[in-house]
Design a protein around this ligand. Structure first.
Ligand SMILES: *Cc1c(COP(=O)(O)O)cnc(C)c1O
Length: 338
């Protein structure tokens, strides 16, 4: 038995998802003629009460398109220091959009209005212009932390007062939603754009959807073409996304609950210095200084469990839908015996 907790991106389509993909009606999406893609884009936008959506190959692309549309070269973007757009998108902020960043340090990847306002540039010709604020819900490097609706709302109000666009990287938004039970249309109303990953906990093999106003999405289509992300009969992939939205949201609660259970096992282990608070399906724990992290990862792997190193002595496990009940029982046994 091999239990892969390296990420929730490792999931493979189930037979039912494959059947939905197999049955998809497709067309050429560059001409706007793929009915399944159109359905997925509309469905995602409507969930959040937004006007339109665009299907893209990856969450990196949906974020990067949003950044490019909301800014012009020389502008400054405000986000958490731990933000995926800054840490894990290959320098795309500079490469694609020619922007600089003002980073907000924080343990869990969250911050408040005060930290945001401190970084808004004054109206001064010496300064770059602050044109975009970005948050991540849930935070990835921040250990899966959840933004409360009121926290997002406060930032939204402050961003609008300053004429700054507000984007949410919602790669794992639904892991937060099953805990918070947000009013999704109210959430949609706070942002100028939201990106949702279908290939994380939702279990689709590929894809992300970016949603926003009609005007924004029209511009996003132009940028997606430039980035080489325009696909043709990709309705087969969109069908997996529709299936995921219809069937795999509620079960994310299981992943969140399991991560908490594992944390409680690990927090009592002598080799663990600290198990970070678990909010959703991401579990990060720190090994004691004297433990060799690479050897630890290797010994876990020899027992059939794969985790990932997120920094010196920091191990991350991510729970997902390909961890079966049997896997989970075995996983708890392995961790208890460590
Ligand atoms: C996974 C992820 C993305 C998108 O990454 P891709 O590898 O392009 O799918 C974006 N933001 C966050 C927070 C993520 O975890």
């Amino acid at each position: 038995m091999f239990i892969d907790l390296i990420s929730d991106t490792v999931t493979k389509p189930t037979a039912k998802m494959l059947q939905a993909m197999f049955n998809a009606k497709v067309g050429d999406d560059i001409f706007g003629e793929d009915p399944t893609i159109n359905e997925l884009e509309q469905k995602t936008a409507e969930l959040f009460g937004m006007e339109a959506g665009i299907f893209c190959p990856s969450g990196t692309m949906t974020n990067q398109i949003a950044i490019k549309v909301h800014t012009k070269p020389g502008d400054d973007i405000i986000c958490a220091e731990k933000a995926h757009i800054y840490q894990y998108e290959g320098g795309g902020i500079a490469f694609n959009a020619g922007c600089s960043v003002s980073l907000i340090p924080s343990d869990d990847g969250k911050f408040g209005v005060k930290e945001f306002l401190q970084r808004v540039q004054p109206d001064d010709i010496h300064k770059p212009q602050s044109t975009l604020l970005e948050i991540e819900n849930t935070t990835n490097k921040g250990g899966g932390a959840i933004w409360k609706f009121e926290e997002m709302k406060a930032l939204s109000v402050a961003a609008r007062e300053n004429g700054i666009a507000f984007h949410m990287d919602g790669a794992r938004f639904f892991n937060a939603h099953v805990e918070e039970k947000y009013d999704l249309k109210a959430v949609g109303g706070l942002f100028d754009s939201i990106s949702i990953c279908l290939s994380k906990g939702l279990g689709a093999p590929v894809g992300s959807v970016l949603i926003g106003s009609k005007v924004f999405i029209k511009q996003a289509r132009r940028i997606r073409k430039v980035f080489g992300g325009g696909m043709r009969q990709a309705g087969y992939l969109a069908a997996a996304g529709i299936y995921a939205l219809n069937n795999n949201i509620e079960r994310l609660k299981t992943d969140n609950d399991r991560a908490k259970e594992l944390a409680s096992i690990l927090s009592n282990k002598p080799f663990v210095k600290k198990a970070y608070p678990v909010h959703t399906n991401i579990l990060i724990f720190q090994l004691r200084e004297e433990v060799d992290d690479k050897a630890f990862i290797q010994s876990l792997s020899d027992k059939g469990v794969r985790g990932i190193l997120m920094g010196k002595n920091l191990i991350r496990f991510v729970l997902h839908l390909d961890v079966s009940e049997d896997h989970f029982i075995e996983l708890k046994r392995i961790l208890k015996d460590l």
